[in-house]
Design a protein around this ligand. Structure first.
Ligand code: 13P
Length: 246
């Protein structure tokens, strides 16, 4: 089933979350042929989890720590996320990589921890503009994926991957669906190489300036198995339109 995910980033207080989810659930109904996921900030997870109980909309976090508990001031563990109802966590988002200095090795440790905890990670990968201009897109994406999946190669079917070119995030300039498809096919080849037995299982999503108008252009390609939406997911009507746009 294709996955349409909202990454709210650092937006919405608890009361704003309540208002959003109430509206969104009314707009969305019970979609049966697509999976819908909302990833609010940590402070809103509990209330969102309570409100989403009994609906088919899933809850995810935007980050996690790899240890289960301990002296890690300011961090949030996977058991904590599980208890508030998270079944997904976004790992290695480009903002975590570029603003907070997350490395491929750290991202690998987080993925290992997610699999141990049984929470499905969405691994984010993508090249910067300078990489694309230097013809390095495939090399960058391949390195990110191979390091992130090292030691868990046999479990790739428990992970989804979001291809998010950094230059397309929050810029209003999405990748063309054709460019995205090219990278998605390349990612699929790497996955086949890493885990020939997996037979799919991993969905490859596109993220970067997706909106209700361009979403169907992406979703008409079978290689694009979902969307990770930032800015356009902050308004419940706009996100519901994206979910129902194909
Ligand atoms: P925008 O949709 O705002 O470009 O953000 C994409 C993103 O980073 C989703 O994780």
């Amino acid at each position: 089933m294709r996955l349409i995910a909202a990454n709210w980033k650092m937006n919405k207080t608890v009361s704003e979350t309540r208002e959003y989810i109430e509206k969104f659930l009314r707009l969305i109904g019970e979609p049966e042929d697509r999976e819908v996921l909302i990833c609010p900030p940590f402070t809103s997870l509990y209330v969102a989890g309570e409100m989403l109980k009994g609906s088919s909309v899933k809850l995810g976090a935007q980050n996690c720590h790899f240890e289960r508990k301990g002296a890690f001031t300011g961090e949030v563990s996977l058991p904590m996320l599980r208890e508030v109802g998270c079944s997904y966590v976004i790992v290695g988002h480009s903002e975590r990589r570029h603003i907070f200095g997350e490395t491929d090795d750290l991202i690998n440790r987080k993925l290992v921890a997610c699999l141990e905890e049984g929470i499905r990670p969405i691994l984010c990968v993508g090249e910067k503009l300078e990489d694309r201009e230097a013809g390095m897109t495939f090399k960058v994406v391949e390195t990110q994926i191979r390091i992130a999946l090292s030691g868990i190669e046999h479990l790739t079917d428990r992970i989804d991957i979001a291809y998010e070119p950094v230059w397309a995030i929050g810029t209003g300039v999405p990748a063309s669906p054709e460019d995205a498809v090219e990278v998605h096919r390349f990612i699929r080849e790497i996955l086949r190489d890493i885990n020939p037995k997996a037979e799919g299982g991993t969905r490859i999503l596109y993220g970067g300036s997706v909106n209700p108008e361009n979403a169907p252009e992406f979703m008409k390609h079978q290689e694009i198995e979902g969307l990770l939406v930032g800015g356009a997911s902050l308004d419940p009507e706009s996100f519901a339109k994206i979910v129902n746009s194909f």
